[in-house]
Design a protein around this ligand. Sequence first.
Ligand code: ADP
Ligand code: MG
Length: 333
Amino acid sequence: MKRLLCGAICAIILLALSACATAKPAVTSFEAMDTLMTLTVYGDDKVGDQLRSRIDELDSLLDMTDESSELYRLNREKSASVSPDTAALLKRSLQLSEALRGSFDLTVCPAVQAWGFTSGDYRIPDDDELKKLSEMIDYRQVTLDGDSVKLSDNTRVDLGAVAKGYAADCCGKLLEESKAQAAVLNLGGTIRLYGRKPDGSPFKVGVADPGNPAAYFGYLSLDGGTVATSGGYERYFERDGRRYIHILDPKTAAPVENGIQSVTILTDDGTAADALSTALFVMGRDRAIEYYHTHPSFDFVILTDDGTISLTEGITDRFTLAQGYDLRIETIN
Ligand code: ADP
Ligand code: MG
C-alpha cells in the first residue's frame, strides 16, 4: 500500500513537472524609467504585476525630471527626508562614486541638464561653462545621515545610471518570495535573470548593435545574474557631424568620446552592474581593463570603434558572435 502511494505521489510530481516544462511564461510589457520594459516570468502568473508596481514606485521616487518625485524635491530644496528606497540607493551611489572616482559620480546632474539631455533642448556649453559645471560635480557635496539628505547649494543628484540596476535588485527580491521558477526581466538595457528555465536551457541574452540597436552583434548564454549595457546610442544629438552622447565624463562635464561603442557588464549585483557599465564607458578600453585587473568581480563585453570586442575570460565561452558580423574578438585574462 505504502509503495503504491509512493508511486502515485511520484507520478503526480512527474506530471506537475512536465506541465511546468511546457507552461508558457507570463509576459508583461510597459514603459517606465524612460524606456520599454518586458518582464517574462515562468511559473507565476501574478508576480509580473507586483514587479511592475515596484518598478513604477521606484520610478516615481527617482525620476529627477518629475516635479512630484523625491529626487526633484531634494534637488530643489537641498535638504530632505527621503524614503528607504531613495536613501538606500543614495547610499550605494555614494559608495560607488567613491570607488569609481572620476568616472562615475551621482552629482553629474547639472551637466546632464546643461547639455539638454533631460529636456531634449540640446546645446553645447562653452569652455567657461564646462569648467563651472565640472566644479559642480562632486559626490562629497552630498551628506546622508539615515533618511536625511543634504546637498550643498550648487549640487544636484542624478540616479539615471543606477536606477534600473537597483530596480533589477528589488525585483530579484520579489521573485525570491514568489512561486516563479525562472524569469527574464528586461528593464531596457539592464537585464535581470532569475532561476532555471523549465527546459533547463541557459538564458540567451543579446548584446545590442550600437549601429542598429534593434539587432544584436552577439549573444551571451548565461545561468543567472544581471547584464547591464551602456551605449552612446541610447541618447545623443548631432551637431556639425559630431555626436554628443548622454554619458558624461565627470572631470570635464562633457560627453565621452573615447572610441567605445558600448560596455556590457555581467555580475550578480544589479546596482553595481549598472554603475560599472557607465563607469567603464567613461574610463575607456585601456583603463577599463586595468580596473578589471584590480577588481575582477565582474565580466564585461566592450565594443570599440575599430570593430574589436574585448571579452573577459569568465564569459569567453559564453559569447557567440551573431551571423553577419565581422568583428575581432580579444580575451582579457
Ligand atoms: P542608460 O540609462 O541609457 O541605460 P547608463 O546606465 O549608462 O545608460 O546611464 C546614463 C545616464 O546616467 C545618463 O543619462 C545620465 O543621466 C547619467 N550619467 C551620465 N554620465 C554619468 C556619469 N559619469 N556618472 C553617473 N551618472 C552619469
Ligand atoms: Mg549604467
